[in-house]
Write a new protein. Structure first.
Length: 114
């Protein structure tokens, strides 16, 4: 990833599929201004919005370069905070570091739940 952040990677994928923001927003059933703010890092998608975008692009979260399998979502503030942390990464090494921390935290949560 040139800039290891969620919004930029999403933008790259959208452009690689020759879609404008307006076209992707229509396919995903979201507002194009909201999509723009997600791509620029102003907003972070809720779980529902993220799934709509991924579905419209026919990709998974892993295709964006982030494996969030162990992060509980259901539009929780923890999910959104996790995306914010990952989005703040300045390079791939930082992204991998943050992701590792989030995975460890999720393992701790799973242990406490059981």
């Amino acid at each position: 990833m040139a800039k290891s952040n969620f919004g930029k990677k999403l933008q790259q994928i959208r452009k690689s599929k020759n879609l404008t923001q307006a076209q992707l927003a229509e396919l995903a059933g979201i507002d194009d201004k909201h999509l723009s703010k997600i791509e620029t890092g102003v907003y972070f998608p809720t779980y529902t919005t993220l799934n709509k975008i991924l579905g419209a692009l026919s990709i998974s979260i892993e295709d964006i370069g982030i494996d969030l399998n162990h992060i509980e979502s259901n539009q929780s503030p923890y999910y959104i905070k996790s995306l914010q942390i990952l989005n703040a990464a300045k390079n791939e090494q930082e992204l991998e570091f943050y992701y590792g921390l989030l995975r460890q935290a999720q393992k701790g949560i799973d242990i406490l739940k059981s």
